[in-house]
Design a protein around this ligand. Structure first.
Ligand SMILES: Nc1ncnc2c1ncn2[C@@H]1O[C@H](COP(=O)(O)OP(=O)(O)OP(=O)(O)O)[C@@H](O)[C@H]1O
Ligand SMILES: [Mg+2]
Length: 415
């Protein structure tokens, strides 16, 4: 009797365990679905805003160029441009969250990225907080976009700083991590495989369970108004997901927090050296004939004006069909600058059709989206030049000139 009683107890215990696991897994599923829905909404909004911000920012630049230095209204226009740049930064974060950022992954030495940023991060966190960077030999290469990894680090470190009142410390460390089936079962959203882990830990306030449940939602913030937008971790989450990775948080109130980011580990390929940041120069002008294809009238008008003012002959077309007609009339075209998603004929289809009559024309695609037909999961191959909306006048001119000169558009020039 005693034995069967024990059995029954074990059984009840196991059942409780299974129920608990089921409940946890349902909760995780609901959370994942909510994030999906919010992501779609955010991506849609960001896409529309991208077009508007491209127009606002660039027309402001054009107006500024035309005004004499001493004109008082210049200050007002500079304010407008600054505001539109801030808004562009916000839409970029939203796009990152909804995993629609253009991503150029390569084999990356994460420790090198951390080392490169350490001096800047130390300035950012001030002297009260100690930043420790632990390196270890034998670390694998992560497959990720270096700019995005910088975004991740920056957001995690700034959050850690904000969580520390007065003195404290932040530690960054990387390690190889092999996630197994068991880990994947316990952590929904993770997949078994080889990863490189990047951990950022702090001795800050920590978070309770309710806060932890919501931190990745866009616009969730516990900071006072004007201090946080609540987009930092949403951005990080989107980047990690888009990279095929996983993010985990462990936190205890009053003790601190650890964020662990798992990025897929690359095979045996050599790391790509990090490109040095380009120095801002005068706006790059050039010459040649550009076939501009864009169905949004205001964006088309704007790009035409910017290119026209900087030395180019511009032939405009309102869509792919129109472009075929215009190209035939224009004769030789040096560069095709085209939107990706358009009615009738998409950008890549148009380029295909023009291949025979314009064999030497270079191609630049412009889009605010990455999930267009040509760009599978937001990954752009090295042979495609891509100009992401919203772009500023400098990005536009630089990308066009680089493409014409047969260079791959490198880093966008800051400023
Ligand atoms: N290291 C941390 N320690 C304690 N709480 C944190 C930490 N990181 C994030 N949080 C909590 O998560 C919330 C959301 O973080 P998130 O980075 O998304 O937005 P934010 O920092 O408030 O604003 P933003 O990053 O847009 O300026 C924070 O407001 C904070 O409550
Ligand atoms: Mg933040």
């Amino acid at each position: 009797m005693l034995a069967s009683g024990c059995h029954a107890l074990t059984y009840v215990h196991e059942l409780r365990g299974a129920e608990e696991a089921l409940r946890r897994s349902q909760e995780q599923l609901l959370q994942a679905q909510k994030m999906e829905a919010v992501g779609r909404l955010a991506g849609g909004i960001a896409h529309d805003f991208n077009n508007l911000l491209t127009v606002i920012g660039n027309y402001t630049s054009l107006a500024l160029e035309a005004l004499p230095e001493q004109e008082a209204v210049r200050e007002d226009l500079l304010e407008v441009r600054r505001a539109s740049e801030r808004a562009s930064a916000l839409t970029r974060q939203l796009l990152a969250f909804s995993r629609r950022q253009v991503m150029q992954p390569r084999a990356l030495d994460l420790q090198a990225v951390v080392q490169d940023m350490a001096a800047m991060l130390r300035r950012l966190i001030g002297e009260e907080i100690v930043l420790g960077v632990k390196t270890r030999p034998g670390l694998g290469y992560a497959l990720a976009d270096p700019v995005q990894v910088e975004q991740i680090l920056l957001n995690l470190v700034v959050n850690a700083r904000d969580a520390i009142a007065g003195r404290g410390s932040i530690a960054i460390e990387c390690a190889n991590a092999d996630l197994d089936e068991e880990f994947a079962r316990l952590h929904r959203g993770s997949r078994p495989g080889a990863y490189v882990m990047l951990a950022v830990s702090d001795t800050g306030t920590g978070m309770d369970a309710e806060t932890q449940a919501r931190i990745f939602e866009p616009f969730f913030t516990t900071k006072e108004q004007g201090r946080g937008t609540g987009l930092g971790l949403a951005t990080v989450y989107g980047i990690v997901k888009q990279s095929g990775g996983y993010i985990a948080v462990y936190s205890e109130v009053g003790r601190g927090t650890v964020f662990r980011v798992y990025l897929p580990r690359a095979g045996t390929e050599q790391p790509t050296p990090l490109a040095p940041l380009a120095v801002p120069l005068a706006l790059p002008a050039g010459n040649g004939t550009i076939l501009l294809v864009e169905d949004e009238a205001n964006v088309r008008g704007l790009v035409e004006k910017v290119l026209g003012r900087h030395g180019y002959t511009v032939v405009t077309a309102t869509d792919g069909k129109d472009a075929l007609v215009q190209a035939a009339a224009a004769g030789r075209v040096d560069l095709i600058l085209t939107d990706v998603v358009m009615p009738h004929l998409s950008g890549p289809e148009l380029v295909d059709r023009l291949r025979l009559s314009q064999p030497t024309a270079k191609v630049v695609y412009m889009s605010g989206y990455t999930d267009d037909a040509m760009i599978d999961r937001g990954v752009v191959g090295p042979e495609v030049t891509f100009l992401a909306k919203p772009f500023n006048t400098r990005d536009l001119l630089k990308t066009v000139r680089d493409a014409l000169e047969g260079r791959r558009a490198a880093e966008p020039i800051p400023g």
